[in-house]
Write a protein that binds this ligand. Structure first.
Ligand code: DX5
Ligand code: ZN
Length: 215
């Protein structure tokens, strides 16, 4: 069954408590948390004080997506939070292999994220070491953007790379995931759907999550 990881970036920040209770009550598998630094991406979202507060009440595993330069600086702090998955951008860390080993040593699963313009084959030499590949289907930094169509063929290429290498990595896609794009992504081979505005801006977010789970 498809996993769903709603992105808190699209939530009502004035009522985070209520939004997280909704997630706890829903069929969401994980909660996706987007950390931005205004350097790697042209926006700033939230940091550890907010993550720590969220972690105290969220009953779903935390899927943390770092859109920051040199994310390896925050491995220990992320582990302390109790995060299940730490996603780092391939473009933001020079020694990706070391970063992945350190994430594992800290007790978390390691996800590697690719920007829309970064080819899947750059993962050839790391694919058997990672637990997940997060493909960006928009340029990272903002919610509510238009899905980049090339992601579909990229998912298929990644599915092939995973099969050829014997890797157990999951494929997650993030950006513009909604009613029209989600079924096509699952058909192409996606395991985990991240969805922000489609879930949180809906009149019935729990029903939307339920719908995505059926794909
Ligand atoms: C964008 C973030 C996404 C964002 C997705 O940089 O990584 O997780 O919240 O938002 P939607 O689903 O609205 O495109
Ligand atoms: Zn994200």
């Amino acid at each position: 069954m498809t996993k769903v990881s709603p992105s808190l970036l699209a939530a009502d920040f004035l009522h985070l408590d209520r939004e997280i209770q909704m997630i706890n009550h829903s069929e969401a598998d994980w909660l996706h948390l987007d950390v931005m630094d205004g350097m790697f991406v042209p926006n700033i979202s939230f940091g550890f004080p907010v993550l720590e507060a969220v972690a105290t009440i969220c009953q779903k595993p935390l899927d943390v997506h770092f859109m920051i330069e040199r994310p390896e600086r925050y491995i220990a702090q992320t582990a302390k939070l109790g995060a299940m998955m730490m996603n780092v951008h391939q473009e933001a860390t020079v020694h990706l292999h070391r970063t992945v080993q350190e994430i594992h040593a800290a007790g978390m699963k390691a996800g590697v994220t690719l920007n829309p313009s970064t080819p899947v084959n750059t993962l050839e030499d790391i694919i058997t070491d990672v637990d997940m590949v997060l493909l960006m289907s928009v340029n990272p930094g903002f919610g509510g953007q238009k899905f980049i169509e090339n992601t579909i063929v990229k998912v298929k290429r990644l599915r092939q790379l995973i099969a050829d290498s014997g890797s157990h990595a999951l494929i997650e896609v993030d950006g513009g995931v909604q009613g029209e794009t989600a079924p096509r992504l699952v058909e192409a081979g996606v395991d985990v759907l991240v969805s922000g505005s489609y879930v949180f801006k809906a009149t019935d977010p729990e029903a939307v999550i339920h719908g995505l789970k059926q794909l």
